[in-house]
Design a protein around this ligand. Structure first.
Ligand code: CA
Length: 650
């Protein structure tokens, strides 16, 4: 029953690191034999137990793992173990720790208490071997849509059968009661290139047996290589979630939509008794000199990404998601906790698997770290990261107003006098000869060297929706005007240099009823309200679809270098309060967009006439996506109140 593999290794450190890095850990399954390997150098004993159920049930096999001189433990069982569940238990300093799934468990029983062994071949949808990653010529070609699996289809009017589940994103031709396209069809209609899913790996603060009695965003990770059970039709059978998630990825890929996962390796959901400390206590986290846990996550601990086996854990996990599930990108929660070297190894390893993979993260932390900032992937260190992008808080703050102040105005709510900051946002965080740092209210000029490393956003799952934020600062404004302000925000987002990212439901005037941190708020707060898609809100959605279409049609909105931006994007020189405009030169052959485009953003509540360079101009109507009238020689144009004007030089 028990086979032993002894590793005879006696290398120098570099070789040892290499060996450690390449060591396969976790379950290796075949129909004849299943092997379990783990790393726990301080363990005195490790027991592997096989059960018939994910909780309680019958113990079928119990066996000991054997240790080698490098601290790896291993055992094999000569039996077909598929559909069975397992735990490991470590004896440390004379005490037996908790029974847990191993850290590499690729799926689990209900609530992630035991690992589950399954046959990967049985979880692949038909044609899965032909499934392809979404390829990108430039990272700036991506248009990212941030969403939560459950929020997106949970609403009664989603028209989806499997509401709130992975399968909900496989259903085609769904509509609300007004006949408007919803869910997957809505994504296709908008023309976004990638969805970005809030965490889908197993998290702990939602009982998978009764998911509708709770809710969670999922930033409380439990099993990092297993999917969350509450998004599957059956949370008890761990292979079901694997197969349903693959069907979801396949359905999206068929529409040309990539899947980015929000990953949360920076901390664990359970602090005391987490699975890492139940395997190799004290190793995987950062500590202060006095032995207290460092807590840059603000959640209680902080992963020590710079340590060999912690780094290996993250890299193995990401490679697994990338190969097993064909994932197109990762968004790193609190990326400012990760060390720069780990991030660069991640980039190089993942690009060997998928050259188009999108990598970006939050270039900040929630609290202070014991690891010096010079070594961490914070926003100011972006130039040291290998094609990994950071969220632009500068973009966010100038568009909607500073994050941490409820009554702050941004450009879209009528802020005047900070036009230079908006110019900085438009050039994607790089430097530009016409943007003078002297005039910037918010410092942090030119934090990136390439627009491909800048994620432009104005709202996301965190904080108020853009509609709620506007309601807060302009409580008496009519909805028609609020819609114009959302249009302005999305136009700045789509027509700026960098990588555009927007929060699911901006196009549907989504509200979270004024709740800012809705991480555990009920569905009626968090869900996307599909019944809204009608009338003026359906028009808003159409306007945003057209912005995306325009961005895709004109390559000059998606430049890849600082030099190209300086050369092709020329700001209007004359200063007007609340107005920023630029001319974009582009070289797209046979383009219906002429050879230059004029884009002008106006946040004034009245129409304003501005001078433009004398040329043959024709207006382009974004709502209808067509030119208005004939080209004619113009030296001035009139901007509508709270608007984006586009003129083509023909
Ligand atoms: Ca869970």
């Amino acid at each position: 029953m028990l086979l032993m593999t002894t590793l005879n290794t006696n290398h120098h450190n570099a070789n040892r690191d290499h060996l450690f890095f390449n060591k396969k850990l976790g379950i290796s399954y075949t129909e004849n034999i299943t092997t379990l390997s783990l790393w726990a150098p301080s363990a005195e004993n490790v027991i592997w137990r096989i059960y018939d159920k994910g909780t309680a049930g019958r113990l079928i096999i119990e066996t000991k793992l054997l240790k080698d001189q490098d601290g790896f433990w291993e055992a094999s069982i000569n039996k077909d173990l598929h559909d069975l569940f397992y735990t490991i238990q470590v004896k440390y300093q004379g005490q037996w720790l908790h029974e847990i799934p191993d850290l590499y468990a690729t799926t689990t029983g209900v609530n992630g208490q035991r690992g589950m062994i399954y046959n990967p071949k049985e979880t692949a949808p038909a044609q899965w071997d032909k499934d392809q990653y979404v390829s990108l010529k430039s990272y700036t070609d991506a248009v990212i849509y941030e969403m939560h699996v459950r929020d997106f289809t949970k609403h009664p009017e989603s028209g989806v059968k499997d509401k709130g589940l992975f399968l909900g994103l496989t259903e085609e031709s769904t509509h609300n009661s007004y006949g408007k396209t919803t869910a997957l069809g809505h994504l296709e209609e908008l023309g976004i290139t990638h969805i970005h899913l809030l965490p889908v790996s197993d998290y702990c603060n939602l009982d998978e047996r009764t998911p509708n009695e709770g809710y969670n965003w999922g930033y409380d990770p439990l099993n990092f290589n297993s999917l969350e059970g509450s998004y599957a039709t059956n949370p008890y059978d761990g292979s079901q979630r694997v197969s349903e998630f693959k069907q979801m990825v396949y359905s999206l890929h068929k529409k040309g939509i990539g899947v980015v996962l929000d990953v949360v390796y920076n901390h664990t959901g359970i602090i005391e008794g987490n699975y890492f400390d139940q395997t190799e206590p004290g190793y995987f986290f950062r500590y202060h000199e006095d032995g207290v846990l460092s807590n840059a996550s603000g959640c209680g601990n902080e992963f020590a990404t710079e340590k060999l086996m912690a780094r290996k854990y993250i890299i193995d996990s990401l490679k697994y998601w990338c190969t097993e599930y064909h994932i197109d990108g990762f968004r790193f929660d609190l990326m400012g906790i990760y060390d720069i070297e780990t991030m660069n190894i991640i980039a190089s390893e993942l690009r060997k698997i998928n050259p188009s993979i999108l990598l970006y993260g939050e270039g900040w932390t929630a609290d202070t770290s014991s690891l010096d900032e010079s070594q961490r992937a914070v926003k100011n260190n972006t130039p040291q990261l290998e094609n990994i992008a950071c969220f632009s808080d500068n973009f966010r703050d100038i568009v909607k107003g500073p994050q941490f102040s409820d009554d702050s105005l941004g450009f879209i709510s009528g802020l005047k006098g900070q036009e230079e900051d908006l110019k900085k946002a438009i050039i994607g965080g790089v430097s530009h000869p016409q943007v003078d740092p002297e005039y910037l209210i918010n410092k942090g000029y030119a934090w990136a060297e390439k627009p491909t490393q800048v994620i432009n956003y104005f709202s996301c799952h965190d904080d108020y929706t853009i509609y709620d934020k506007l309601k807060m600062v302009l409580p008496f404004e009519k909805e028609g005007l609020l819609i114009k302000r959302v249009q302005l925000a999305m136009a700045i987002n789509m027509l700026s240099q960098g990588i555009p990212f927007f929060h699911s439901g901006v196009e549907l005037l989504r509200t979270k009823k004024g709740i800012r941190n809705s991480y555990n708020a009920p569905d009626f707060i968090n869900q996307v309200t599909w019944s809204s898609k009608k009338g003026s809100i359906a028009q808003l959605s159409k306007y945003i679809k057209h912005l995306i279409q325009l961005r895709k049609a004109v390559g000059a909105f998606r430049l890849q270098t600082q030099e190209d931006i300086a050369h092709n994007l020329i700001f209007m020189e004359e200063y007007h309060q609340g107005i920023v405009g630029f001319i974009l030169r582009h070289k797209d052959k046979h383009s219906v967009f002429g050879h230059k485009l004029l884009v002008v953003f106006n946040n004034n509540s009245e129409a304003i006439t501005v001078d433009i360079p004398k040329a043959n101009w024709v207006e382009f109507d974004l709502q209808e996506y067509k030119t208005v009238g004939e080209p004619s020689s113009k030296t001035s144009i009139t901007l509508e109140p709270i608007s984006t004007s586009i003129y083509l030089m023909l």
